[in-house]
Design a protein. Structure first.
Length: 71
């Protein structure tokens, strides 16, 4: 019984140490300001649209090629 309690306490202390280390690492992060965040969001949005259009074009091409192949 005592061994189980020690293991639980050990796990709890390890978890607390983990949370302290996470907090310390998050303080080191360089967070973007509002202007940077807006530009990054715009870049991601444009990238998603471009890749989506490329996938749509490739999908359409292969669909038509498959239709010709099946006939």
């Amino acid at each position: 019984m005592a061994a189980q309690e020690t293991a639980v306490q050990n796990n709890a202390s390890r978890f607390k140490r983990f949370l302290r280390e996470v907090k310390a690492e998050l303080k080191k992060v360089s967070w973007p300001n509002k202007k940077e965040l807006g530009s990054y969001t715009g870049i991601v949005f444009v990238s998603v649209v471009v890749v989506s259009i490329m996938i749509w074009i490739i999908d359409t091409f292969f669909t038509e090629a498959l239709k010709l192949f099946i006939k």
